[in-house]
Each structure stands twice: as C-alpha cells, then as structure tokens.
Design a binder for this molecule. Structure first.
Ligand code: FES
Length: 252
C-alpha cells in the first residue's frame, strides 16, 4: 500500500490567472490522513498561498465542502486513502456552479440569499396558544432533517438545475422551507406556499435528478422534502384549513 499520494488541486487566483489550472503536490499518507489533513500539509510545508475554507474539522460547520474526484463532499471527514485512484492520485476542485474567489474557496452569496428568501425562521401565529402543541412523528421528522443540515452547500452545488437557473431556491432552502411548512406553530403557511409555488424559483423547478441526495454528507433527502411540498401545495386549501383549526383548538 502506497505511503505517498498526489494531491491534484485546481488553482485559480483571479488577480493574476486568466483561467483555472491544475497543480500537483505530493504528501505522505497514513490510514488516518484526511483530505483536509493533506491540504493543510501542503499549505504548511509546500505552498502557503493555497487557499481553502475549514473550521471545525468534525463535519459540523459545513465550511470545507469541495468537489473531490467529481463528487461533492466534506474533506474533513473523508480519508485520503479512500479517494486515491490506482495511481495514488486524487483530484480536488472547488464546489461547481459557484463563482471562485480563490483556489478552493467559492462565493456562497447566492446560496445564502436563497436560504434567507424562504424565511427559515418561525413566523409566530396571530393567536396565542394556551395549550401545548402536540407534534406528529412526520412533523418531528421534518424538523429533525432540517436541523441536521449543516449548510455546507454540497447539495446546492451538485444540483444541475442550479447550474442553469440561478433563481431556483435550491435543495438546501427548500429543505428548510419544508420544515417551516410542516411546523404546526408557524403562522406563515399561506405566505410560504405562495412563495414556494412561484414559477421561476419554486418547488416545480426541481427535476427530481436527486444529485442532492447523493451529495449530502449528512444523509438527508432534500428531494423527498421538495416532493412533499408539492403534495401539500396541491391540497393547500385543506392543509391550510386544518392548520387554522388546529391552532384555534389551542386557545381557551
Ligand atoms: S471543517 Fe467543519 S465541516 Fe469540515
């Protein structure tokens, strides 16, 4: 088994380079070496100008998502050895479909704008509940899925619809929107469904290609959340009436 690996990194500094290019670095590899360890080793001992994001090193902060051998993943929890081809080479590029700031760092402005567009916070209902909200397992599951998301951008940047339609909200934002739509405490259901049904950026723009599922490092299923939102939008009259009745039942 090889004790050395070649890290092939896509480099690009918009201040001096006309276009991206590949650069190879050789690093030592053990069973414990992660892709992030390897990049850090290159930066520390070979080329301090190599630029990438990372923070927690424990698959929590979501900042180290990159494209490795054509697949989006978190480099901090991926063993280097697992990603080497038969020649002992691994290719690392920035997340696709996003503007490159430098080397492996991308501009996530659109990603965060789409996230905020779905108002991911709880909108309080007009009534004040006097009894506790009892949530169904389905509602708890929606909450749990959305809270498990670490906003790394792997699903967003793997989505072929995002590649051609930057107005599309994207799987990360729609996953969060699903949580709020399912939340029995939320008072913004009608407003949310109006927004999610919009032509150019809403739920009907998903082509169910499901790259988001493959890319998610947390094993989430944004495609299922989007299809559930479509189902709820189809029967929204009944769904909204049920929500109003349920909230009224908590008063007095
Ligand atoms: S460094 Fe935080 S998720 Fe990888």
């Amino acid at each position: 088994m090889t004790n050395q690996a070649i890290i092939r990194v896509q480099r690009f500094n918009p201040d001096v380079d006309e276009k991206p290019y590949w650069q190879n670095f050789t690093v030592a590899v053990t069973d414990e070496t992660t892709l992030l360890n390897a990049l850090q080793e290159v930066k520390t001992t070979q080329d301090g100008s190599l630029t990438f994001r990372k923070s927690c090193r424990h698959a929590i902060c979501g900042s180290c998502a990159m494209n490795v051998n054509g697949r989006n993943l978190l480099v901090c929890n991926t063993p280097l050895r697992k990603m080497l081809d038969s020649r002992g080479v691994v290719e690392i590029r920035p997340l696709p479909y996003l503007p490159i700031i430098k080397d492996l760092v991308v501009d996530r402005t659109a990603f965060w704008e789409q996230y905020l567009a779905v108002k991911p916070w709880l909108i309080p209902p007009e009534m004040e509940a006097e009894k506790e909200y009892r949530m169904s397992q389905e509602e708890v599951d929606a909450l749990h899925e959305a809270e498990t998301c670490i906003m790394c951008g792997a699903c967003y940047s793997a989505c072929p619809v995002i590649a051609t339609n930057k107005r599309y909200l994207g799987p990360h934002a729609l996953q969060k929107a699903f949580q709020r739509v399912m939340d029995p405490r939320d008072g913004g259901l009608a407003e949310r469904l109006d927004m999610l049904e919009q032509d150019h950026y809403g739920i009907y723009n998903c082509h169910t290609i499901t790259e988001c599922i493959t890319a998610c490092p947390k094993g989430l299923n944004p495609a299922r959340a989007i299809s559930m939102l479509r189902y709820l939008a189809m029967r929204r009259e009944q769904f909204e009436a049920e929500r109003v009745e349920r909230q009224k039942g908590l008063v007095g």
